[in-house]
Design a protein around this ligand. Structure first.
Ligand SMILES: [Zn+2]
Length: 339
């Protein structure tokens, strides 16, 4: 069953829920049977990330910046370089949508100068955590300031288990803006301006670092444009509503969101997914790196569709260059699947 639903699942995506994307192509191609070499490369939590998540900042005299989750950490680290200490609250590999704050998170915020979040309602854990930290000197940066969120979303195909949550509405729109390189540029700019306001002594460094990263984002945008304009209106179904900004930017079409429970697929769930795939003439299925794909594998086998990874960057490596690596892998996947 396809239901029209304006609600975005920001807060209810459980850890381990199986996010996959089904891609519809008007013509079947041989490319659908290739496997993606990048599958699974970004799932492990790096030692760096663990360290960043758990150790209090060194008494370096540097500005202490706390970020919420991976993309915001990557952008902030790129802008801050070595002149500020940057930490991450949600360790990569942990689901951000339903994250529960730890006492260490409260401590980190209590001793920080700056807190940077994605905003748009993504970090539901943050309000109480900040309250508990009682840090009156904390400067808060909303990386999505000035970005107009998408509220219109694709029809949602519900599974039985999820029905009871249906009324929950996120008034702030879809938070996955970092997956559009153009909006990522806006986020980097907001982060730069916030850091300069909090730590004017290092203005020149923040400006130079941000300029370098923004240039890379611009060339990534050109690469996406040039590549995806060859496959206009490539249409897909998503199982994790992470890609509407990317779709809008590059003239792809997200036509439906299918929600699959993490633990067990009921026959109804399978039937719902199969119906959606048929309705939209889906030719390929996408999962995310690091997700246990047993259910999806069997579903894809039933549907005779190849399973490929598309990365929402909610988990991965903590090097700022990881953003480009993962996005270029996404582009390659889209290019192959949309062909
Ligand atoms: Zn997400």
């Amino acid at each position: 069953m396809i239901v029209n639903c304006r609600e975005i699942r920001t807060g209810r995506q459980r850890r381990g829920i199986l996010p996959i994307i089904a891609l519809l192509m008007l013509s079947m191609t041989a490319g659908c049977s290739q496997s993606n070499p990048n599958q699974g490369t970004t799932s492990a939590q790096s030692p760096q990330a663990q360290e960043a998540a758990s150790t209090p900042s060194v008494q370096s005299g540097k500005t202490k910046v706390v970020t919420t989750f991976l993309p915001i950490y990557l952008f902030t680290k790129a802008v801050a370089g070595n002149v500020a200490d940057v930490e991450i609250l949600v360790p990569p590999g942990t689901e951000v949508h339903e994250y529960q704050a730890t006492p260490q998170n409260v401590k980190a915020i209590a001793t920080a100068n700056v807190l940077i979040k994605n905003g748009l309602g993504l970090e539901e854990f943050l309000e109480n955590t900040v309250k508990n930290a009682q840090n009156s000197k904390l400067a808060e940066i909303d990386a999505s300031k000035g970005i107009k969120p998408l509220n219109e979303i694709s029809p949602v195909v519900k599974t039985a288990q999820e029905e009871e949550d249906h009324d929950h509405e996120h008034v702030q729109g879809n938070p996955h803006v970092w997956l559009d390189p153009v909006l990522a540029k806006q986020q980097v700019t907001n982060i730069r301006d916030g850091l300069i306001a909090a730590d004017p002594a290092n203005k020149a460094t923040y400006e130079a670092n941000a300029a370098t990263y923004i240039k890379e984002l611009e060339s990534l945008n050109s690469e996406f444009q040039q590549t995806l304009q060859k496959t206009p209106s490539c249409t897909f179904i998503t199982f994790h509503d992470a890609f509407p900004y990317l779709a809008q930017r590059y003239n792809l079409k997200q036509v439906a969101v299918v929600q699959i429970p993490e633990d067990q697929l009921s026959p109804t769930d399978v039937q719902n997914a199969v119906n959606a795939v048929k309705k939209y003439k889906v030719k390929a299925l996408f999962s995310e790196p690091g997700v246990d794909n047993k259910l999806l594998s069997s579903l894809s086998k039933d549907l005779k569709l190849t399973l490929r990874p598309l990365d929402s960057l909610e988990t991965g490596e903590t090097d700022p260059q990881h953003y480009f690596k993962a996005m270029k892998a996404n582009l390659q996947t889209l290019q192959t699947a949309c062909r």
